[in-house]
Write a protein that binds this ligand. Structure first.
Ligand SMILES: [Zn+2]
Length: 269
């Protein structure tokens, strides 16, 4: 039977996030409270890759395992999240958009929404035992780009991370959480073994390793709701809101509104 392991999706951990990105950012005190609660409840952390490997091989993670993931590669992961995680011996997976890194240089691509990690900070994050996964090169909507652009997004981000950090990259998170059968096929062909989507549900029976659902943690997520999410309780209102966001998102996407508006309206990044 598939283990019920909650996979949580964070973005930035910041006191004062920039306008338009507030909803998906959590306050450092809020993040600390999450970790304290997990510790109190006896949870241990697994990286996303460890969970994927356990699912792939049929192994079981220890009871009360939780996976913490962080999308985009904000500098505040290094400043706020990493010290809190390290203080408790917790691990996490950081999904990095390589073209957004602060010192991406000539390879810079896309428009980062906030202060991003540098390569040397990312090296320290990896050195602390955190898993580094890919999150595209320019944060493009992978199900909307041409086949060559899709391959470039998947291969370039993986290749850059592997050559800079000297470690294989097997995990991917789809930017905006969206994929399609074509995107998942190409992700597998590019060498990713596990990929994270946004599902706001626990992982079910016989999961698709290239579309593992994660639960969104927001600034508005109360500690009580956080507790219940981790325990796998269905939270009516949260799920209703997420369904509404997803619905709004697909409408906006069809209209091809400017990306900034999409981000603000959908609350996704
Ligand atoms: Zn993202």
């Amino acid at each position: 039977m598939t283990q019920r392991v909650p996979v949580l999706m964070y973005h930035s951990v910041s006191e004062r996030p920039p306008r338009g990105t507030t909803r998906l950012s959590v306050h450092p005190d809020q993040f600390d409270a999450h970790l304290r609660l997990l510790r109190r409840r006896g949870y241990r952390t697994a990286t996303f890759g460890e969970l994927g490997e356990a699912l792939r091989t049929g192994a079981r993670l220890p009871e009360r395992s939780v996976v913490l993931t962080f999308d985009d590669g904000y500098a505040d992961f290094h400043d706020h999240a990493l010290p809190s995680l390290e203080a408790r011996g917790f691990l996490a997976t950081v999904f990095v958009t390589t073209g957004w890194l602060a010192d991406a240089g000539p390879r810079a691509a896309g428009e980062p929404l906030d202060r991003m990690l540098t390569w040397s900070q990312l090296g320290r994050v990896a050195g602390a035992g955190m898993e580094i996964g890919a999150h595209g090169h320019s944060h493009a909507q992978l199900d909307q780009v041409s086949p060559p652009a899709l391959r470039e997004e998947l291969q370039l981000s993986k290749g850059l991370l592997e050559s800079e950090l000297h470690s294989p990259v097997r995990s991917l998170a789809y930017p905006f959480g969206y994929s399609s059968p074509r995107v998942r096929r190409e992700a597998g062909a590019a060498g990713y073994r596990y990929a994270a989507a946004v599902g706001n549900t626990m992982i079910g029976e016989q999961p698709d390793l290239l579309a593992l659902p994660r639960m969104t943690i927001r600034r508005s997520t109360s500690l009580d709701v956080f507790d219940r999410l981790v325990r796998g309780e269905r939270i009516g209102r949260t799920f209703a809101v997420d369904r509404a966001l997803t619905w709004g998102w697909s409408l906006v996407r069809r209209g091809r509104a400017p990306l900034t508006r999409i981000r603000e309206r959908s609350g996704r990044r």
